[in-house]
Design a protein around this ligand. Structure first.
Ligand code: NDP
Ligand code: HSE
Length: 436
């Protein structure tokens, strides 16, 4: 049968991994797909850049649109990133009747509703497995493997760069900026690493996961987002004393009031498997009503792990080419006309437990004033501990864990505590999830 011809947009970390995997495993991939998959053209930003891969049999160009307009090409693989030229190229590829594979979570989270609508109307596939959790087949697992279930919640370590930094800070006592530079050199970080460390990349991925888990449209703007930039090494150490690890977690939960969508640093009991997922590894825990908890683990970033998911999408697209467009797996798991408009809860309505750290004057009565504020707000304290604040005998740190409460109540309590003249500066707040 005729080979399927691919046009690649981008030959960076992921693009070069795709070339390497397609070449190395060509026979296996052909046996699985039923047809040969051949990259015939690729677009890059700078043709003069030295490249590790052998691209002698590929037409290289600096014009991405010449690839998407090339009538020889059957499938466009978008690996440029962002929602500028990448989005224009994806839309034009669809207009030209070409299937698309992309690793671009920003594009899917922000523009997926429009892109899928266009693809659907033209009977085309837009595949995006590699956009979430790198090499882990989490999209396929939720969309197909768990399709019998009502998904109750999911929680994931879904940014490899943040996990790498937190692990190296926590296990190796290393400096934030040094580890970030290393993650960039390893090809894990986004072109703008602020997307990783400020939680935007994880929020993009959570948007996608929530949509396929709950059958809702993609709603990136409703995700509550915090990154890892404010995690202090003392919080990592105190969390350990309490028996927890701090991980950057994306959480989507269906409640009676609406859907929680949030990404933030989270204390997780150290006995949980997911608390021990380190470095660039990702893991996603999915709770289905029939299956119970299921856990998916693997490399969340990097050249070949991500290429593994891109090439798997290519195999799926090649298989889909011969099937009736009306009977394919829907892009967002649920049939497009059945997506629901469940409310996404604001963070003030979310219920969870908290870790708090505050610096206070070392004198009798200070703790009583603080606990009285919690009592007035109906917030129960699970554990409280006083820590010396180094050389300053006048100051101590109070570190405590609360029971589950509504975030709005806790915010009010923190505002009152910060106004006490016995409390210095702001209260550090991290969320705690038992994930049981
Ligand atoms: P890179 O920055 O390594 O590669 C980007 C590629 O796009 C480069 O080859 C670059 O060309 C090319 N490019 C940039 N602008 C243009 C343009 N205007 N026209 C043509 N080509 C252009 O990025 P990654 O490979 O890391 O990431 C690609 C996508 O994959 C992103 O959406 C990212 O979020 C996603 N992703 C990345 C993962 C990772 O581990 N890195 C994991 C999962 C998803 P040149 O080489 O000349 O600079
Ligand atoms: N920058 C992303 C991460 C790449 O670190 O997880 C994988 O999506």
């Amino acid at each position: 049968m005729k080979a399927v011809k691919i046009g690649l947009l981008g030959l960076g970390t992921v693009g070069s991994g795709v070339i390497a995997v397609l070449k190395r495993n060509a026979d296996e991939i052909t046996r699985r797909a039923g047809r040969e998959i051949v990259v015939v053209a690729a677009a890059v930003r700078d043709l003069s850049k030295p490249r590790d891969i052998d691209s002698s049999d590929i037409k290289l160009t600096e014009d991405a649109f010449s690839v998407v307009d090339d009538p020889e090409i059957d499938v466009v693989v978008e690996l440029i990133g962002g929602d500028g030229i990448a989005l224009d190229a994806v839309n034009r590829a669809l207009d030209n009747g070409k299937h698309v594979v992309t690793a671009n979570k920003a594009l899917i989270a922000l523009h997926g509703n429009q892109v899928f609508k266009k693809a659907q109307s033209k009977g085309l596939v837009v595949a995006f497995e590699s956009a979430v959790a790198g090499g882990i087949p989490i999209i396929k697992s939720i969309r197909e493997g768990l399709s019998a279930n009502r998904i109750e919640w999911l929680a994931g370590i879904i940014n490899g760069t943040s996990n790498y930094i937190l692990t190296q800070m926590s296990e190796g006592g290393r400096d934030f900026d040094d580890v970030l530079a290393e993650a960039q050199a390893l090809g894990y970080a986004e072109a703008d690493p602020a997307f990783d460390i400020e939680g935007t990349d994880a929020a993009h991925k959570l948007t996608i996961l929530a949509s396929i888990a709950f059958g809702i449209s993609l709603q990136f703007s409703k995700v509550y987002q915090e990154g890892i930039t404010n995690i202090a090494s003392e919080d990592i150490a105190y969390a350990r004393e309490f028996g927890y690890r701090i991980k950057h977690l994306g959480l989507a939960r269906m409640t009676d009031e609406g859907v929680e969508l949030r990404v933030h640093p989270t204390l997780i009991p150290e006995a949980r498997l997911i608390a021990n997922v380190n470095d660039v590894m990702n893991a996603v825990l999915v709770q289905g009503d029939a299956v119970g908890p299921t856990l998916y683990y693997g490399a969340g970033a990097g050249s070949e792990p991500t290429a593994s998911a891109v090439v798997a999408d290519l195999v799926d697209v090649v298989r889909a080419i011969t099937t009736d467009p009306e009977n394919r797996v829907p892009h967002l798991a649920f049939q497009p006309d059945t997506l629901s408009d469940l409310e996404i809860l604001p963070i003030s309505e979310v219920r969870t437990a908290y870790y708090l750290r505050m610096s206070v004057i070392n004198r009798p009565g200070v703790l009583a004033a603080i606990t009285e504020i919690f009592g007035d707000k109906g917030i129960s304290i699970a554990t409280i501990s006083q820590k010396d604040s180094g050389e300053d005998e006048q100051r101590v740190s109070i570190v405590l864990l609360t029971q589950n409460t509504r975030e709005g109540y806790l915010t009010d309590a923190i505002e009152q505590i910060e106004q006490l003249d016995t409390v210095y500066g702001s209260v550090v707040r991290l969320r705690v999830e038992s994930l049981s």
